[in-house]
Design a protein around this ligand. Sequence first.
Ligand SMILES: NC(=O)c1ccc[n+]([C@@H]2O[C@H](COP(=O)([O-])OP(=O)(O)OC[C@H]3O[C@@H](n4cnc5c(N)ncnc54)[C@H](OP(=O)(O)O)[C@@H]3O)[C@@H](O)[C@H]2O)c1
Length: 333
Amino acid sequence: MEVSLPSRSIGNSALRCSAIGLGTGKLRSASTGLSKTEAVGLIHHAAAQGVNFIDTADSYGQGESEMAVGRAIRGQREKFVIATKAGFRFSAAGPLIRIVKPLLRGLVRRFAGAERAISRARSGSRQMGVLRQNFAPAVIVSAVEASLRRLGTDYLDVFFLHEATLDAVQDGDLWNVLLQLRAAGKLRHLGISSNEPAVLDASLALPDLGAIETAVNPARPADLWPLLEKFSARGIGVIANQIYRGGRLLAEHTEEKSVARRVQIAVQDHGLTPRQILLAFALGAPGVASALVGTTKPVHLDENLADLRVLAERPAPDWATLRKSLQTVNSIA
Ligand SMILES: NC(=O)c1ccc[n+]([C@@H]2O[C@H](COP(=O)([O-])OP(=O)(O)OC[C@H]3O[C@@H](n4cnc5c(N)ncnc54)[C@H](OP(=O)(O)O)[C@@H]3O)[C@@H](O)[C@H]2O)c1
């Protein structure tokens, strides 16, 4: 039996998504070690708990995240709200990574420390030029077609330009191409994913922008919040990612001590756990339709969903107060 979960509209659209969405950034990466079957199982487990919003990208797991999502939604496409992104391209080393991935997963399983080493190599892949951004209209059109194929669907509910640059947001030809794909029914809602206030600000000028995706946690700079208010006032939905700051705000020995200390104070003030405080913060931020959790573990997802139920059953802490008590003076970008 499927469980129902609080749901919200994405901006003014008719699209309703679960208040918690599943982030698939690490679903099929080398460092997490999830097999195809486990990845599909996690999505089915999420769906059975009422999670209908799945966030992916063509670059996640070198395309294997979208493939797993495609497999999981086969035969039940209409039950899911699928968001994907494009804008990153792998260099010639990309296919090689896919080939050696099973080997890397084996290493992760066998050797402590291998996961950290692979994660480090992954974050360095942009500096090393393995992963480059390319928002040329023709490249984005072919990326959309490839995503549709991998996901086994003929439409995407939300399509984001992945970590869009200012140039990409201001490229009228690119946006026109996306509007044409929308008119053709391939993309239902167009979005911008970015953590850059200048990019988000520029995207307010885009006609028919449906959604933005950005990190929403207490470490974000204070100039993000007035921007989110503007999106919300215009009926543009906000998808919150990195609500635990990639897990760093949950770690016992976090390097982000000042934010973590404030979270602890909020925990005492509100009688909630750190995870619940961070979830309440993300869901309370202006315009947020869904807060993504980037877990690869069903047991963690269950905990996050239990947090959502706790928050739904009691008066939520006032967001403005929560923000004031959680934000450090020099929040990090
Ligand atoms: N540019 C973009 O558009 C962009 C950027 C970043 C992220 N995203 C999207 O947002 C999603 C989430 O971001 P994220 O994964 O980077 O950050 P996140 O959701 O803030 O944190 C994920 C981390 O939290 C841990 N976690 C989750 N639930 C937990 C629990 N109950 N107990 C203990 N640990 C828990 C996970 O570990 P376990 O796996 O061990 O549970 C993982 O290490 C991504 O998957 C992706 O879909 C998009």
